[in-house]
Design a protein around this ligand. Structure first.
Ligand SMILES: O=C(O)CCC(=O)C(=O)O
Ligand SMILES: [Fe+2]
Length: 199
């Protein structure tokens, strides 16, 4: 844990800004939030379009926000549910750490290392352009990768439990990111990405 709030270096060499804060809470708190989120969130299977076909992913998702925002991605639309107590706590923690404000959160549950997320950028039309995205991770530690759209240069970071990563500026315009599957991880992971929907 970083008790001194030292400035975090930009992980990207150019064309964007990604800062990794490491774990921002103690292990006990991180475990508490993991357990609460696993139990209390209405997790649903996600849909995605792969090679032009709609498939149902094993990964589960949920979507919450200040208002019942509809969120469209991979040709499916979801309505946001209201903030739960834990999610509101976590939103406040992330806002305090980053100095940013968020009005929604996308939640992902990866049951084990077989589940991941393919290369993409979070630049859906509903999202505020160049808005910050705050990503909180719980449970199993996983690698997270960035790839520049033109140069193909890659950057990798290990997302520890209770950790915060922030993507901002032109990151989504110039870089893709992915959570690669891995045979090594046998445990679930929950990721929350706090976002700003343009209203
Ligand atoms: O699971 C993660 O760490 C990232 C998820 C992600 O990229 C997304 O929800 O857009
Ligand atoms: Fe993403």
């Amino acid at each position: 844990m970083d008790l001194f709030n030292t400035p975090k270096a930009n992980l990207l060499p150019f064309d964007g800004e990604v800062r990794y804060y490491g774990s921002i809470m103690n292990i006990k708190k991180a475990q508490y939030y993991f357990d609460q989120l696993l139990k209390n969130i209405q997790w649903e299977n996600d849909k995605a379009v792969v090679l032009g076909k709609q498939i149902v992913t094993k990964r589960k998702v949920a979507w919450c926000g200040d208002e019942p925002f509809s969120y469209t991605y991979s040709k499916t639309t979801k309505l946001a549910f209201p903030w739960t107590e834990e999610l509101l706590d976590l939103k406040k923690i992330v806002e305090k750490e980053t100095g940013e404000k968020f009005n929604s959160c996308l939640l992902n549950l990866y049951h084990d290392g077989n589940e991941g997320m393919a290369w993409h950028s979070d630049a859906e039309k509903d999202l505020k352009k160049n808005g910050a995205i705050g990503s909180l991770s719980f449970g199993a530690e996983r690698n997270f990768l960035f790839k520049h759209k033109k140069t193909k240069q890659k950057v990798s970071v290990l997302l520890e439990k209770g950790s915060l990563l922030v993507m901002k500026g032109e990151t989504q315009t110039h870089w893709l990111h992915r959570l690669p599957p891995t045979k090594k991880v046998k445990y679930p992971r929950i990721n929350l990405t706090f976002r700003t929907i343009d209203i």
